[in-house]
Design a protein around this ligand. Structure first.
Ligand code: NAD
Length: 273
């Protein structure tokens, strides 16, 4: 299966589809990431705060897959915001992952009350300059946060990873991303399983003989979003990857679009610090 790639604003390519490991317990991370790599996933999304970078790293090492064929993202937690702190946190993450560079490093939340996200961004620019992360980006940033980063006049974030699923489509933030040439990554793309009983999702799934999860994944892929659903179940890890043999119709995409209800699962980035 050839997973499509998206070209980022720094000229690099990211696999559009990957595997996320939030809430995967440290002791399960090696097993589930090994399974994902065996099935064909080549893009892994983790974070320092997930506490499972070591397990991710063990799975990567055990896989024997050439480093250039893998795409690894991790994230800087808000307690490490600051220029020097970011560099130290990156080095800790690399050590845990057993890698000498990641492909993408993100600031995890803007945490606007502390107003340190601009300093954290400068830290990420240093990290990119030093070759410790090929690309750098942000997560959970709203338009005002992106505008301030771009106004620094340095690098523009390559991606903004935000909560997007049928109940929360974040059209304003996606437009702000597009304004700056920033690619959109969708977190909790399956709404953590909450949208599977919706008739728009079920109808699309039934029409193509696929599962509701596979239909929702296609809904994202066909709207050019980068995504990395999570599962700890072997069958689901495999089934979620089996999404490149069918296409939803425009009418099916629009019906799923119609599920928008401003339904956040996570915190509001303006208030989370
Ligand atoms: P998700 O939307 O990927 O949902 C995962 C859950 O959906 C699973 O735990 C399971 O309950 C269910 N599920 C998955 N596949 C299924 C299937 N085939 N059939 C039935 N149920 C299925 O949720 P997520 O893990 O929150 O998000 C994905 C990734 O996004 C995370 O692992 C993480 O990498 C990233 N993320 C980032 C942030 C951030 O702040 N940047 C926040 C949350 C998540």
């Amino acid at each position: 299966t050839a997973v499509p790639t998206v070209t980022l604003n720094d000229g690099t390519e990211i696999p559009q589809f990957g595997f996320g490991v939030w809430q995967v317990p440290a002791e399960d991370a090696e097993r589930v990431v090994s399974k994902a790599l065996e099935v064909g996933y080549r893009h892994i999304d983790t974070a320092a705060v997930y506490g499972n970078e070591e397990g991710v790293g063990r799975a990567i090492a055990a896989s024997g897959i050439p480093r250039d064929e893998l795409y690894v993202t991790t994230k800087l937690w808000v307690s490490d915001f600051g220029r020097a702190e970011a560099r130290a946190a990156m080095e800790t993450s690399l050590e845990k992952l057993g890698l000498d560079r990641v492909d993408l490093y993100l600031t995890h939340w803007p945490a606007p009350a502390t107003d340190q996200y601009l300093r954290a961004w400068e830290g990420l620019e240093d990290i990119a300059e030093a070759g410790l992360s090929t690309s750098i980006g942000v997560s959970n940033h709203l338009e005002e946060h992106l505008d301030r980063i771009v106004a620094l006049g340095g690098r523009t974030p390559a991606v903004n990873q935000i909560e997007i699923h049928p109940y929360l489509q974040q059209r304003e933030v996606v437009e702000a991303n597009q304004k700056h040439g920033i690619a959109t990554e969708a977190w909790s793309p399956l709404a953590q399983g909450q949208v599977f009983d919706e008739s728009a999702v079920r109808a699309a799934a039934e029409a193509h003989g696929v599962t509701p999860a596979q239909a929702v994944i296609r809904w994202h892929l066909q709207q050019d979003r980068i995504l990395f659903p999570k599962s700890v179940t072997d069958e689901r890890i495999a089934a979620n990857f089996d999404v490149f043999g069918f296409e939803l119709t425009d009418a099916e995409l629009e019906a799923i679009d119609g599920l928008e209800k401003g339904g956040r699962l996570g915190p509001n980035p303006a208030e989370f610090n």
